[in-house]
Design a protein. Structure first.
Length: 66
């Protein structure tokens, strides 16, 4: 219950950047902080956390020529 979740921000940014690049953007950055909720309870306390970090795509979308 008193443990603090460890977030791999570098992996999160890499994953978000790859997704954004598939949509035509050049990068991604964390946006709006993080949300932390208990995802499993055990013995009256939190057993696991689910942490969500939102990202926004950056660099402007490239428009395909028609």
């Amino acid at each position: 219950m008193f443990e603090k979740p460890v977030i791999d921000q570098q992996q999160g940014t890499l994953t978000a950047t790859q997704r954004c690049k598939s949509w035509g953007y050049t990068g991604a950055e964390a946006f709006g902080g993080q949300t932390k909720v208990w995802s499993a309870y055990s013995g009256g306390g939190c057993a696991t956390w689910q942490v969500t970090v939102e990202y926004q795509c950056t660099g402007g979308a490239k428009v395909a020529a028609q």
